[in-house]
Structures are given as structure tokens and as C-alpha cells.
Ligand binder design. Structure first.
Ligand SMILES: *[C@@H]1O[C@H](CO)[C@@H](O)[C@H](O)[C@H]1NC(C)=O
Ligand SMILES: *[C@@H]1O[C@H](CO)[C@@H](O)[C@H](O)[C@H]1NC(C)=O
Ligand SMILES: *[C@@H]1O[C@H](CO)[C@@H](O)[C@H](O)[C@H]1NC(C)=O
Ligand SMILES: *[C@@H]1O[C@H](CO)[C@@H](O)[C@H](O)[C@H]1NC(C)=O
Ligand SMILES: *[C@@H]1O[C@H](CO)[C@@H](O)[C@H](O)[C@H]1NC(C)=O
Ligand SMILES: *[C@@H]1O[C@H](CO)[C@@H](O)[C@H](O)[C@H]1NC(C)=O
Ligand SMILES: *[C@@H]1O[C@H](CO)[C@@H](O)[C@H](O)[C@H]1NC(C)=O
Ligand SMILES: *[C@@H]1O[C@H](CO)[C@@H](O)[C@H](O)[C@H]1NC(C)=O
Ligand SMILES: CC(=O)N[C@H]1CO[C@H](CO)[C@@H](O)[C@@H]1O
Length: 748
């Protein structure tokens, strides 16, 4: 049942490689069997129960006693304590326990038991990025939002390395009075920056030391302090800092390098809600789309959102195929990954003078840029000693380099496959190497075939800025359409997730200073905490905004073009589909002052869930109270007051040609504001009629509804299409992205 690729290993090199692989999402969920206790036939089950209406469960002890009453009588006393794994108070009504299959079946037959399921296992899906996102010391949003001061970001991850300089609390005030969290490191390790640290993966008092490094990386990305002279191998050097440098952090260890089990994820959400966090950063998920009812992240996030907590999630690393998105609930922010304008460049120069830029994190200064014989070594065992070896990039590029090195090779050129296109990783190689695009690899192989004595040199060019195609969607970033709710556009947004430098639990180079260990890794795991930091800044600037209002501000102000002013491109350097970018790339300076806001109350999710055709029992479990869908007016999912619009004709049915969509906006700008609608035409849609065409506000916070009627052409001549309706005033431009799916797209 063990996934070799994701096992821990004693060497530093391998941990780096393994984490990268895990982040890139090839650790399959191990399913129910992963909860099996090695020493017996006990597995961990999640049990959901109906709370008694005639009895008031006032204290945690009352609740625990009530839950324990469901456990088999044979497990009385201390044995029973060992069976109970987690007892939940906020996230759902129920508990997790170690049971045999027979015991689980018996519990399932009891009155008041709503669900018994074996738990599943989910997987883990910066010096420069704040600058790239337009954050500069002393000016703009960082000043306006006090650098996130007073906001608490909870991070559900692999734990944290508390002594890292990124978690220094210089200038960070004490936590707000509402904070109830614990710190299971000793006194010297927690401070005003890291205010909470708990583990749910082992004994309840264990210190949540980082397993692997992922948790230190995500936490320092969201809210790391300023650390001067951060670098790895002297590259990507500069001042490392998180997006919200004065925000507080609380680490909830719910994953190990082996994965993140359902019962611990739920326990992490439960504790974070109890403790009083403001934002939750969740860089983990399932490998397949889960129904909302059985998705622990969707369930935990719903309970959190109900308490006003914003939940930011990674969209998954299963791209570039469509239909690969995870964490697609409408109450979370689903974040895809894009490149930044920084590359860690190494150029392959061929004997014929052709040059191809690639990337590597290991750039030894003493390597001469001389020409060496060049060979294409397809597969294992064909590496040529004394040569530059071209290898097809696969999982574990660093291990491939080790093989080339072991065979006596001089250097390696790692050539991308067609799916990875132009997305290249800056990896910590063990020999001179560069990873090049698919197009470059094809040219290099062509040269090897045709030249009589092919040669190549590797030229190290260090850290370079102003990468001209940034932001571009990274190949691994998961794509919509959204399988669980076809009328909601996912991902919501893209943010930096490729070759991100942030804190690590131990040095990956030969440095001995653990407190300033950094690593460069990639994944939607990295883009999610960037957005968590952005949310903390917005929350600090607008303490009264709801989670839905914050999401609206981020989506309606997103950028749709790259630094060159072209539409945002994907890994193939083609204009990216809206099912890859969502609303676009986050633009923080605009999000802080969006003009109009699409808000969604919790009350709106009940008609939405009923409209998804969940039965009463499932809707009741998700929202945590009894719901009868027949007694309320349900809505189709595209009518939820979401800050983007999705018309999924595959789901609506081929005989549907007219769709009328209603939205309501709130005036967040000056009392007297007048907005005109500007429509971007959409391929395959014949007419788009907006009513009213102007929104005239005379009061602050005034709400106005509008409808848009779409008529599909008889023959749309496209699989999917995109456009927008933008409300434009003298001061603002509020863009609502529109995604249309005409046909199921099987592939890219
Ligand atoms: C407290 O934590 C620090 C840093 O991790 C460690 O050096 C120290 O030994 C710990 N002290 C105790 C009493 O555990
Ligand atoms: C990074 O290091 C290079 C080479 O040592 C140096 O030229 C450059 O100025 C450094 N950049 C920063 C931002 O410190
Ligand atoms: C680290 O040190 C070892 C032993 O001195 C050496 O073989 C290795 O090349 C060094 N690695 C780096 C990245 O400098
Ligand atoms: C964000 O918006 C501001 C203000 O309109 C603009 O100047 C800036 O270029 C935008 N940044 C990005 C990355 O699109
Ligand atoms: C479209 O067809 C489905 C069956 O395919 C039918 O149930 C539905 O009523 C039809 N809708 C319209 C508007 O004709
Ligand atoms: C759809 O809308 C078009 C134009 O608005 C109208 O001519 C047509 O009658 C409508 N069809 C239906 C079935 O409502
Ligand atoms: C949109 O369609 C609805 C019914 O489908 C209709 O009542 C309304 O008048 C239409 N609005 C516009 C602007 O066409
Ligand atoms: C608008 O609403 C916010 C919070 O919902 C409130 O703080 C503010 O005072 C309101 N403004 C007006 C003019 O009503
Ligand atoms: C032309 C341009 O965009 N130059 C930028 C390149 O990157 C550096 C470092 O981020 C900026 O300072 C320049 O303005």
C-alpha cells in the first residue's frame, strides 16, 4: 500500500526530490486501506451522528461522552480512549475512531448514525514574488493593509520548522485577544509571528516539527518575515519575505510525507475554527474530484466559512489535461499556478551555434562553458561517459542526473515532453544540467541526428528577471471544467507557483545555517499560500468583508494579460483557456479597491446545494443542520451570486439555447456611482442582452441586481469559449469573467 515515490528517505537530496514529486501530485490516494493500523485489523473510520435535540451538550466532555456512547461496549475503559482518534465540535457532528469492519458495520446500524466511512488519504498537492506582485516596502497595499497586521493565517500542512528566520516576530504585535490556540513547541519556539502549533498526526502533545519541508515553505510564503540575503546555492538571491509579513501564523500538522488522512484534516479544520484563525491555507487535496459531501476539505471549509474564515486551496497538479481540478467547492478559493518573471537560467549552446535557454538551481562556478560531445541517451543505461547527455525529462530529474553522473557523463540536458511544453523547473541537480522546453529538446535531438560530431556546452547565467511570457500557466496546474458543480468556474484565479523560493526545514546545499534554509519548489501548493497572504492583506484593509466579498474583489480585478500585454499564455505558449486561468492572475493593488462586490451569504448555499440534486441527507450533512429541499426554492448552480459566470451547455442539455443569469452587486465605492456594461463578445453565443445596461447607485452599500440573457448559436463551432461583462465607472472596472462549455473536451 505504500507509494514508493512518496516515502521518506534519509538523504537530504531525496527528500527534496520526493517532496517535489508529491507536490506535483503523483501520490495516488491510498484509499481506505491507508487507515489500517499495522499491528491489527483496525482502521480509522469517520462517523457522523445526529446530535440529540432533547439534551444540551454544553462542554467538550459532554460531547466526548456522547460520541463514546457509539463505540462498541467491548472497548470500554482505556481501550476506548485508544479507539477514539478525534472528536469534532465544529467541522461536523461526529468523531473518528479505530474500528474493525464488523464494529463499523454495527455502529452504522445504530439510530442517530448518519454516516460511517473508512477514512481516505489525500496528498500534498519568496524572495521575489511579493515584488513581482507589486508589493514594495513603504508604499501601496503593504502600507494600507499594515502588512497584514492583526490577521491570523492557519496553515494545514506537514508542520513547521519554528526556528527559521522567516518566523521571527520582529515588529509583529501580540495575537488578538480572541486567539485561543496552543503552541506545542517549547516556549522558545513560538512567538508573536508563530502563535499556534499543533499536531494531529500522532500523539496530541507532539511538537509539529515539519515532515519534509512543505509546511515551512507554504507558511513562509503566506506570512514569512523579511530575511535578507536568502538564496539557494547563491541563486534566486534577495530578501525573502511572505506576502503578509506582519500577519500571525498558526501551524496545524495534518500531513506527513506519506499523505494527509481525512480524520486529521477534519481535526485540523476543527481546531483552527475553535482557535479563531481568519484565513486557512490548504495546499493539499484529493487526486480525483470528490463529491462535496465526502470531500473533507469542502466539508471543513464550509464550517470554517460559516464562521467568517476565508479558505484558500490549491487547485491540484494534474494538468494540463482538462477535468483535472480538485478543491472546487464554491465557498473556497481554488488557486492555479503560474510562472513568475524570474528564471534561474542555464543555456545549452550547440556546436552549430544554436542556443536554448533552460533552468537549473545548481550552477557550479568552476564549470567551463566548453563544448563536449553530445549524445541522446533514451532510457536508462545508455548514458555516455565523457559526454553531455540529453535525457527525456521524467519524474525525478535529479535522479536522472545522478544516473548520468554515475555513468561518467559530463552534463545533462533534460528535455521536456510535449505536455510540459515550456514549463521548466529549476531543480537542485547534482551535475551541470539544464531543463529545456519540448520545442528546444526536439531541435537538440534533430541536431544530434544530423551533425557528424554533435557537441554542446552549458552556460550558467544565474538569476534573471523580466521573463517575457510571465505570468504563464504552468503545465501541472489542474484545469476545469468543474466536475462537481458545472456552473461554477474553477480554478478561480492563478498565482505564482513555479520555482518558488521560500523557507525549508534544513539546508539543501552544504550550508550549515539551518535557520536560513531555503528551497525552490513548484506546485499549486505554492500558489495557494500566495493567495492566502493576499487575503490576509485584504482582510486587514477591510475587516468587515465576508469571505465571498474578498473572493469577489480578487476575481473581478484579476489581470488577463501578461507583461507584454498579450493574453495570458499556457505551457504551450498558446492563449490559455479560461478553464486554466479562471478570472486571471491576481492583481493585489486593484483588489484592495474593487468598486463593486458580489457577496454570497451562507443562506445562499442551501438552495445551491439542493439545486445540485443532492438529497436532503447529504445537504444536511454539508450545512450541518436539517434541510428539506422540497420546502425551499432551489437554484441551478450558475445562479449562485458568484463573481464569475459559467454556462455549461454540456450539463444544461443540447436543447437549451437561452440562459438567463441573474447577479447582484453591492456598491463598495463612492455613494454616487454610475456603471455602464461593456460586453466582450463570446464565440458561439449569438446575443448577450444585459438588463439594466447601467447601474446607478446613490448610496454606499446599495445593492442592484442585473440579468444577462445569453442565446447560443445553432452551431457554436467551438468546444468552449470565454468573454466577460465589465461594469465600468469613472474610477473602476469590475470584470466578471464568463466561461462557456459547448462540448465535453476530452483532452487539452
Ligand atoms: C526548546 O526548543 C529549542 C529549539 O527547538 C531547543 O533548542 C531547546 O532544546 C528546547 N528546550 C526544551 C526544554 O525542550
Ligand atoms: C545576487 O547575486 C548576484 C551574484 O552574486 C549579484 O550580482 C546580485 O546583485 C545579487 N542580487 C541580489 C538581489 O542580491
Ligand atoms: C557538498 O559537499 C560534498 C562533500 O564535500 C560535495 O561532494 C558536494 O559536491 C557538495 N555539494 C554542493 C551542492 O556543493
Ligand atoms: C495591476 O493593476 C495596476 C493598476 O491598474 C497596474 O498598474 C499593474 O500593471 C497591474 N499589475 C499586473 C501584474 O497586472
Ligand atoms: C431538453 O431535453 C430534456 C431531455 O433530454 C428534457 O428533459 C427537457 O425538458 C428539455 N428542455 C427543453 C427546454 O426543451
Ligand atoms: C431565445 O432568445 C431569442 C433572442 O433573445 C428569442 O428570439 C428566442 O425566441 C428565444 N428562445 C426561447 C426558446 O426562449
Ligand atoms: C431575459 O429573459 C427573461 C426570461 O427568460 C425575460 O423575462 C427578460 O425580459 C429577458 N431580458 C432581456 C434583457 O432580454
Ligand atoms: C457599509 O457596510 C459596512 C459593513 O457592512 C459598514 O461598516 C458601513 O458603515 C456601511 N456604510 C454605510 C454608508 O452604510
Ligand atoms: C523592463 C522591466 O520590466 N524591467 C524590470 C526587470 O526586473 C527588475 C527586477 O524585478 C525591475 O527592477 C525592472 O524594472
Amino acid at each position: 500500500m505504500e507509494d514508493q515515490k512518496c516515502r521518506s528517505s534519509p538523504t537530504t537530496w531525496t527528500i527534496v526530490i520526493l517532496s517535489l514529486i508529491c507536490i506535483l501530485g503523483v501520490c495516488p490516494a491510498n484509499g481506505a486501506s491507508a487507515g489500517v493500523d499495522a499491528s491489527s485489523s483496525l482502521s480509522t473510520y469517520v462517523i457522523e451522528v445526529r446530535k440529540p435535540t432533547n439534551k444540551h451538550l454544553a462542554t467538550k466532555e459532554d460531547i466526548d461522552t456522547f460520541y463514546r456512547s457509539f463505540l462498541p461496549a467491548t472497548t470500554a475503559g482505556s481501550n476506548q480512549e485508544q479507539r477514539m482518534v478525534h472528536s469534532y465540535r465544529h467541522v461536523l457532528s461526529g468523531f473518528a475512531a479505530k474500528l474493525t469492519a464488523e464494529e463499523a458495520k454495527a455502529i452504522g446500524e445504530k439510530d442517530s448514525v448518519l454516516d460511517v466511512r473508512p477514512e481516505m488519504v489525500l496528498s500534498l498537492h519568496t524572495t521575489h514574488t511579493p515584488d513581482y506582485l507589486g508589493l514594495r516596502q513603504g508604499v501601496g497595499l503593504w502600507e494600507d493593509s499594515n502588512y497584514g497586521k492583526g490577521v491570523i493565517i492557519g496553515v494545514l500542512d506537514t508542520g513547521i520548522f519554528p526556528d527559521h528566520l522567516s518566523f521571527s516576530d520582529e515588529g509583529v504585535p501580540p495575537p488578538p485577544a480572541k486567539w485561543k490556540g496552543r503552541c506545542n513547541f517549547n516556549r522558545t519556539s513560538c512567538n508573536n509571528k508563530l502563535i499556534g502549533a499543533t499536531s494531529f498526526t500522532g500523539s496530541s502533545n507532539a511538537a509539529p516539527y515539519d515532515d519534509g519541508g512543505h509546511g515551512t515553505h507554504t507558511a513562509s510564503t503566506a506570512a514569512g518575515a523579511f530575511v535578507k540575503d536568502a538564496s539557494v546555492y547563491g541563486l534566486a538571491n534577495g530578501t525573502a519575505v511572505g506576502i503578509a509579513p506582519l500577519a500571525h501564523l498558526a501551524a496545524y500538522k495534518v500531513c506527513t510525507v506519506d499523505g494527509c488522512s481525512e480524520s486529521t484534516i477534519l481535526a485540523g479544520f476543527d481546531a483552527a475554527i475553535e482557535d479563531g484563525v481568519d484565513v486557512l491555507s490548504v495546499s493539499l487535496g484529493s487526486q480525483v474530484q470528490l463529491e462535496l459531501r465526502s470531500d473533507p476539505i469542502a466539508r471543513g471549509a464550509f464550517a470554517a466559512t460559516q464562521k467568517g474564515i476565508f479558505v484558500s486551496c490549491s487547485a491540484g497538479n494534474a494538468g494540463p489535461l482538462s477535468n483535472t481540478l480538485t478543491n472546487g467547492a464554491p465557498w473556497v478559493l481554488s488557486v492555479g499556478a503560474s510562472s513568475t518573471d524570474r528564471t534561474i537560467k542555464a543555456t545549452a549552446r550547440l556546436g552549430n551555434g544554436q542556443e536554448f535557454d533552460g533552468e537549473t538551481l545548481y550552477q557550479p562556478r568552476d564549470f567551463e562553458p566548453a563544448q563536449h560531445p553530445l549524445a541522446y541517451s533514451e532510457g536508462y543505461g545508455f548514458d555516455a561517459p565523457g559526454k553531455v547527455n540529453v535525457r527525456d525529462a521524467g519524474f525525478g530529474p535529479v535522479q536522472q542526473g545522478q544516473q548520468v553522473k554515475d555513468a561518467g557523463g559530463v552534463a545533462m540536458i533534460n528535455a521536456n515532453d510535449p505536455d510540459s511544453g515550456y514549463t521548466t523547473f529549476a531543480d537542485p541537480h547534482v551535475l551541470p544540467a539544464t531543463q529545456v522546453s519540448y520545442v528546444a529538446g526536439t531541435e537538440i535531438k534533430k541536431y544530434i541526428k544530423t551533425a557528424s560530431a554533435p557537441t554542446a556546452a552549458i552556460l550558467f547565467k544565474g538569476t534573471q528577471f523580466n521573463g517575457s511570457f510571465a505570468p504563464a500557466v504552468a503545465y501541472f496546474s489542474s484545469r476545469g471544467p468543474n466536475g462537481i458543480s458545472p456552473g461554477i468556474l474553477k480554478p478561480d484565479i492563478i498565482g505564482p507557483g513555479l520555482n518558488i523560493l521560500a523557507g525549508w526545514k534544513s539546508p539543501i546545499d552544504n550550508s550549515t545555517d539551518k535557520k536560513r534554509a531555503f528551497n525552490v519548489i513548484s506546485g499549486t501548493s505554492m500558489s495557494c499560500p500566495h493567495l492566502s497572504g493576499v487575503v490576509a492583506l485584504l482582510k486587514s484593509a477591510h475587516p468587515d468583508w465576508s469571505p465571498a466579498a474578498i473572493k469577489s474583489a480578487i476575481l473581478t480585478t484579476a489581470a488577463t494579460s501578461n507583461a507584454k500585454g498579450q493574453p495570458i499564455l499556457d505551457e504551450a505558449r498558446q492563449p490559455a483557456s479560461i478553464f486554466a486561468t479562471g478570472a486571471g492572475h491576481v492583481n493585489i493593488s486593484k483588489a484592495v479597491n474593487p468598486g463593486l462586490i458580489y457577496d454570497t451569504g451562507l443562506i445562499d448555499y442551501v438552495p445551491y446545494l439542493c439545486g445540485l440534486n443532492y438529497n436532503d441527507g447529504d445537504v444536511s450533512l454539508i450545512v450541518g443542520k436539517e434541510v428539506s429541499c422540497s420546502s425551499i426554492e432551489s437554484i441551478p448552480d450558475y445562479q449562485l451570486n458568484y463573481p464569475s459566470i459559467t454556462l455549461n451547455f454540456v450539463h444544461l442539455g443540447s436543447n437549451v439555447s437561452n440562459v438567463s443569469v441573474k447577479r447582484t452587486v453591492r456598491n463598495d465605492g463612492p455613494a454616487n456611482s454610475r456603471y455602464k456594461s461593456v460586453i466582450e463578445p463570446i464565440t458561439g453565443i449569438g446575443s448577450i442582452d444585459v438588463s439594466p445596461r447601467e447601474l446607478v447607485f446613490t448610496k454606499a452599500n446599495e445593492t442592484i441586481s442585473y440579468t444577462v440573457n445569453f442565446t447560443k448559436k445553432a452551431s457554436p463551432q467551438a468546444m468552449n469559449a470565454q468573454g466577460a461583462i465589465t461594469w465600468v465607472s469613472a474610477q473602476y472596472s469590475v470584470r466578471t469573467a464568463i466561461a462557456v462549455l459547448f462540448e465535453e473536451s476530452g483532452g487539452l
